[in-house]
Design a protein around this ligand. Structure first.
Ligand SMILES: [Zn+2]
Length: 174
C-alpha cells in the first residue's frame, strides 16, 4: 500500500477546464473549506507571482470533479469568465470574473490531508493562481505551470517557506 500512496503523491494532474464546455462548472465549489492551509497556500501563491488574481475575489473549495469540461481524473482545476468566453487565457487577466479554484476531494479529503501533502498542495495552488493571472501551461521541467507534477521540482520557494505552523508540527512526525 505504501508504494501506491507514493505514486499518488507524485502524479498530480492539473486541469484547466476548456471553453466552451465549462459553463456548468464555474460555480461555487460544493464544499468551501476554511482551512488555514488554504489561506496560507493562497498567500504563498500571491507572493510567488507578486500579483493578486481576480481583484482578490477568488472562491476556493474542495469538491469532486464535475461539470462539462473538467477531467474526472483532475486533482485541481480552475474556472473563470472572460470577455472572450469561459477560461480564455487570451483575454487579459484583469478582465477575469467568477474566479473559482477547486481541489479534488479524492486527493485532499480533509484539512489534515492538506497539511500532510503541503508542498504539492501549495504548488497546485500556485499553479491554479497562475492560470487566474493569465499563465498557460509550460512543459519545462520544474515549472510550476507544468500540467502534471511528477516530482517536487515545481514546488516554489514561497511554499517551502510558507507552511503554516500546524503543518510543521505534523511534518515532525517523520
Ligand atoms: Zn493547469
Amino acid at each position: 500500500m505504501a508504494p501506491r500512496r507514493l505514486l499518488a503523491a507524485l502524479a498530480l494532474l492539473l486541469s484547466l477546464a476548456l471553453a466552451p464546455a465549462a459553463q456548468g462548472s464555474a460555480k461555487l465549489p460544493a464544499k468551501p473549506v476554511a482551512a488555514p492551509e488554504i489561506a496560507a497556500a493562497f498567500a504563498a501563491a500571491q507572493r510567488h507571482w507578486g500579483a493578486v488574481p481576480c481583484g482578490g475575489k477568488v472562491r476556493i473549495g474542495v469538491q469532486r470533479p464535475q461539470g462539462a469540461g473538467v477531467d474526472p481524473a483532475a486533482d485541481a482545476w480552475v474556472t473563470f469568465g472572460t470577455p472572450l468566453g469561459a477560461n480564455h487565457l487570451a483575454a487579459p487577466a484583469s478582465s477575469y470574473t467568477n474566479c473559482v479554484i477547486a481541489f479534488g476531494r479524492r486527493r485532499w479529503p480533509s484539512s489534515q490531508s492538506l497539511r500532510e501533502d503541503w508542498n504539492l498542495f501549495c504548488a497546485t495552488m500556485v499553479h491554479e493562481v497562475g492560470h487566474l493571472l493569465g499563465h498557460a501551461h509550460d512543459a519545462a521541467h520544474g515549472s510550476v505551470m507544468t500540467a502534471v507534477f511528477t516530482d517536487a521540482s515545481p514546488v516554489p520557494q514561497s511554499c517551502r517557506t510558507g507552511k503554516p505552523a500546524r503543518a510543521s508540527r505534523t511534518a515532525r512526525r517523520r
